[in-house]
Design a protein around this ligand. Structure first.
Ligand code: FES
Length: 140
């Protein structure tokens, strides 16, 4: 199987079977964000204890890139300290700029590496990550 095909499968798997889709009953930090270029939106919820993201869920509407990225991000960020989560978000930003980045700690993220070739889609892929950064910065 070609790497592109593998990546496409990973993206579609997260899109069709999103991890962590839903809402917490209570106690969550909620961040709502729009993609200004298309109007699609995400509502990210974080359960924070001290400086650790204990859990994450999301709802929203968007394209396969934005929703699969949200699914991967919420999966990857659980259990991380704020510093670790920001490091992860920083690595994802570099991936979107076309850099080669290691995601040994959550390899599915590498499936989004091809997005950097389509500048209009970078905002799709980074929507959930921008919500994460906004939430952490609000809570620090
Ligand atoms: Fe709207 Fe991708 S087209 S988030």
């Amino acid at each position: 199987m070609q790497l592109d095909d593998l990546y496409r499968r990973v993206i579609m798997d997260h899109y069709k079977n999103p991890r962590n889709r839903g809402k917490f009953e209570e106690g969550a930090l909620t961040i709502d964000l729009n993609n200004p270029t298309c109007g699609d939106r995400i509502s990210l919820q974080l359960i924070v204890e001290g400086d650790v993201v204990k859990d994450a869920r999301f709802t929203g509407e968007g394209c396969s890139i934005s929703m699969s990225s949200a699914s991967m991000m919420t999966e990857a960020v659980k259990g991380r300290t704020f510093d670790e989560a920001m490091d992860l978000a920083g690595r994802f930003s570099r991936l979107m700029m076309g850099e080669s980045v290691d995601f040994d700690d959550y390899e599915d993220l590498e499936a989004l590496s091809g997005v950097n070739k389509f500048p209009a889609r970078i905002k799709c892929a980074t929507l959930a990550w921008n919500a994460l950064k906004k939430g952490i910065q609000a809570d620090i």
